[in-house]
Design a protein around this ligand. Structure first.
Ligand code: SF4
Ligand code: SF4
Length: 180
């Protein structure tokens, strides 16, 4: 998958998907809600009950599946059971998991593609994909997932690159001197 502009693919629509109305925290509504709870305006599987007057922030949001023409129907969040997004404030590319399917991203074809993308991002940007399971967070590294201890900020984590005999590996380094 590529880094894509926030222009949705014309042939893709949300249809029956309402995952972002559940998995994101929303503080711009008349009744704010935390991540993981349905918005009170949402009819799951049908859509937004106030679509004629939908808040601008909702209307302008697109998950990566809506933006990337190369992602097939299996990546649509209602089917994948997770959202791939550029919109998380702490991560340029994030996987947001549903509590009911906390390892959905580890199934194929997702897992191999996400690990490959993690390597591409590390090579190109020096940052990788962050996985959110409610309050739990982890980093997707090319060789697997690394849990982030609760008391570390994402910005505090360094990712070191090693190259030996033409093989490149990466390691997440947490700040020293602070218990995890
Ligand atoms: S998660 Fe993506 S496809 Fe689903 S409703 Fe939100 S923007 Fe549309
Ligand atoms: S207002 Fe509508 S589009 Fe926005 S989160 Fe609620 S249900 Fe979803």
């Amino acid at each position: 998958m590529k880094w894509v502009d926030a222009i949705p693919v014309a042939e893709k629509s949300c249809g029956t998907c309402t995952m972002c109305c559940k998995l994101f925290d929303v503080d711009w509504l008349d009744k704010p809600k935390p991540a993981g709870q349905w918005c009170h305006h949402c009819t799951p599987g049908r859509g937004c009950a106030i679509w004629q007057d939908v808040p601008a922030k909702c209307a302008s949001y697109y998950c990566v599946w809506r933006l990337d023409p190369d992602l097939g129907p299996e990546w649509k969040p209602e089917r994948a059971r997770f959202i791939l997004t550029h919109a998380h404030e702490d991560a340029p590319l994030a996987v947001i998991l549903d509590a009911g399917a906390p390892d959905a991203h580890r199934r194929e074809p997702y897992w191999s593609a996400l690990l490959k993308t993690a390597r591409q991002h590390l090579e190109g940007r020096g940052s990788t994909i962050v996985v959110f399971r409610g309050r739990r967070r982890s980093l997707l590294m090319p060789d697997g997932e690394v849990e982030i201890p609760a008391n570390f900020l994402l910005q505090e984590i360094r990712i070191d690159r090693y190259e030996r005999a033409g093989i490149v590996t990466y390691k997440a380094v947490f700040p020293a001197g602070r218990a995890a």
